[in-house]
Design a protein around this ligand. Structure first.
Ligand code: PHE
Length: 341
């Protein structure tokens, strides 16, 4: 068998290929399904086991040679029939590839999600078109309560009981309604308010809210959780302060300020010379809200908080106009291409 392998190799070597027809003749003779090589592989099956290794190697080598010779002749023929290929000018300028970039809202949302995931907060989701109960009623906004006016709601024309959610607090309700206690989750999402669009207000923006309810959760837990969050996101030299506030669904309620990132607390235009900027609303979840979701407020307590992603992104990336986030201007978006996630 070794001899026939050598003989076939010699034959193939001497086979003259000058055009397509002889190339095809070569193929049929040596490498096609009925060609010599397959013949040999068929005979190989009968080779005694102790010779299989040596003969197998020689056979494989022959196969490679036959195919290489075919490929080489084919390339050669193709090259000689095609018009002379234009030489490639390596000095020509290249059109640079433009890489896509992630939207700043997306980047911040994921950063915040990751920070809370590290301390055990899951991520919850809910519908953007909500009913009155989840956006208002269950959150302790009675009908005709003046706090509803603060939310500038878009109602659905065909069904005024439905609305575009004005905050992701609605997801807190949905989560508590369906989950056994304890709950610990954040809820990022798009929200809508009927505001005139300007550099500082938009009818569409993004929030991340969070909730933690269990036995014995206190305001100290709220403070420490948010302090941890601020240090992770903005750096360890940032201070926080709470100001008493009002939300129907929390009691007590507080807005949280952080050291102004622009002037480091010295006082500037951005912080109106106070050295502080507001970043979120928070508070202890109102007992009525816990009850509305089917849990016992005598047993369970907890806190909630909510912040606007656009606002945080404005502080971190020094964005001065809210409208930039939704205009899809590549000159704006491109600036975030280099940012790590
Ligand atoms: N839902 C409030 C808002 O839209 C934010 C908030 C969430 C406040 C949770 C307190 C607790 O502004």
């Amino acid at each position: 068998m070794i001899e026939s392998i050598a003989a076939i190799r010699a034959q193939a070597q001497d086979f003259t290929i000058t055009d397509k027809a002889t190339l095809e003749a070569y193929r049929l003779e040596f490498i096609a399904r009925n060609g010599v090589i397959n013949d040999l592989f068929a005979k190989f099956k009968l080779v005694p086991n102790d010779q299989k290794k040596a003969i197998g190697a020689a056979l494989n080598e022959l196969k490679q040679y036959l195919e290489a010779r075919f490929k080489e002749a084919q390339d050669h023929l193709e090259r000689s029939v095609s018009p002379v290929a234009a030489p490639i000018d390596l000095t020509l300028p290249v059109v640079p590839e433009t890489l896509g970039s992630r939207h700043p809202i997306n980047i911040i949302r994921e950063k915040i999600t990751r920070i809370f995931a590290q301390i055990g907060f899951a991520v919850a989701d809910g519908p953007e078109i909500e009913d009155d109960w989840h956006n208002f009623g269950a959150l302790n906004f009675p009908p005709n309560h003046p706090a509803r006016d603060m939310q500038d709601t878009f109602f659905v024309q065909q069904d005024p009981a439905m609305l575009l959610r004005t905050h992701t607090s609605s997801v807190q309700i949905r989560l508590m309604e369906k989950s056994p206690m304890p709950v610990r989750a954040i809820m990022p999402g798009r929200v809508y308010r009927n505001e005139a669009i300007s550099a500082r207000a938009h009818c569409l923006f993004h929030q991340i809210e969070g909730i933690y309810i269990d036995k014995g959760v206190s305001f100290a837990d709220l403070k420490q959780t948010l302090y941890y969050f601020v240090k992770e996101l903005f750096g360890s030299d940032i201070k926080i302060r709470f100001r008493a506030s009002y939300f129907p669904f929390t009691e007590p309620s507080a807005e949280m300020d952080i050291t102004c990132l622009i002037c480091k607390g010295e006082g500037c235009n951005i912080c109106k010379q106070t050295g502080w900027v507001e970043i979120l609303g928070s508070g202890m979840v109102h007992p009525e809200v816990i009850k509305n979701c089917g849990h016992d407020p005598e047993v369970y307590t907890g806190f909630a908080f909510g912040m606007g992603i656009e606002r945080i992104s404005m502080l971190l990336y020094d964005v001065k106009d809210l409208r930039l986030y939704t205009e899809n201007d590549v000159r704006f978006l491109r600036q975030f291409a280099h940012l790590a996630h």
